[in-house]
Design a binder for this molecule. Structure first.
Ligand code: ADP
Ligand code: MG
Length: 245
């Protein structure tokens, strides 16, 4: 359908005998913010990984910009991965590169930008995440929150059409969480299309257009924040929320 950047239809994923995603169907429109919540082991990370083919070998259809990503050849998969950025719980910065080099590395290596333009863009992105004064710092000298903001800047350097976040603040000390969420809120306000797995419920309530509650491999409940936090009668949703809020 026009306007959908991602369309997932009847996605099913097994690890051996274990069916970890069942009948997953949802769409993401351009600029939409979709937040995925739910208990550990429910399939949230696996779902994100299917969206950019970090997981292969599943049933059902995942479309990115109307292309079935399962049918994409290796070159196409590379270009899809460039357009679908991913931010992980454990930052995954290159430890032997500075913040700036972490950000310029991929666009220069993939010949998307000249060295100089990549550096200019990296400085802009570092200021966007509040870290221009850390351009020459190595990851080990940065706090977790700063490293995660560099990781977000690194994803943005590829000029993605959509950003996937897998519990981006779960590994952080509590005092760092706010800075990272502020950067994400700013991106949301700028119109970035985002799919975010998080346990930060007040953030979810504030930025989500749509919340998917995943439990035991299915989308057990979904709706806008008002529905999920105030209206749903789904006992699984309510039991989960009563534990995390
Ligand atoms: P969540 O992110 O919601 O905690 P996951 O997607 O990580 O859930 O896991 C969903 C289920 O899939 C769990 O039962 C987990 O043990 C299983 N799983 C995840 N990754 C693998 C893997 N690489 N091999 C086998 N089982 C896996
Ligand atoms: Mg997970």
């Amino acid at each position: 359908m026009a306007g959908n950047i991602i369309e997932v239809t009847n996605l099913e994923k097994r690890f051996g005998q274990n069916l970890v995603l069942k009948n997953i169907t949802f769409n993401v429109q351009r600029s939409e913010k979709v937040v995925i919540i739910g208990p550990s082991g429910g399939g949230k990370s696996t779902l994100l990984r299917c969206l950019n083919r970090l997981e292969d070998d599943y049933q059902g259809i995942v479309k990115f910009n109307d292309q079935n990503i399962m049918l994409a050849d290796a070159g196409k998969i590379r270009s899809i991965r460039q357009k679908i950025g991913m931010v992980f719980q454990q930052f995954n910065l290159f430890p032997n590169k500075t913040a700036l080099e972490n950000i310029t590395f991929a666009p220069v290596k993939l010949k998307l930008l000249s060295q100089q333009r990549a550096i200019d863009r990296a400085h802009r992105l570092l200021s966007q995440v509040g870290l221009d004064n850390k351009a020459n710092a190595y990851p080990q000298s940065l706090s977790g929150g700063q490293q995660q903001r560099v990781a977000i800047a690194r994803s943005l350097a590829m000029n993605p059409s959509v950003l996937l976040f897998d519990e981006p603040t779960s590994a952080l000390d509590p005092e760092m969480v706010g800075d990272v969420l502020a950067v994400m809120t700013d991106l949301a306000d700028k119109g970035m299309t985002m799919i975010i797995v998080t346990h930060e419920m007040s953030f979810a309530q504030k930025v989500a257009d749509k919340i998917l509650f995943m439990d035991q491999g299915i989308i057990a409940d979904q709706g806008d924040p008002h529905y999920i936090f105030h209206e749903t009668k789904n006992p699984r949703t309510r039991a989960f929320l009563s534990k995390v809020m």
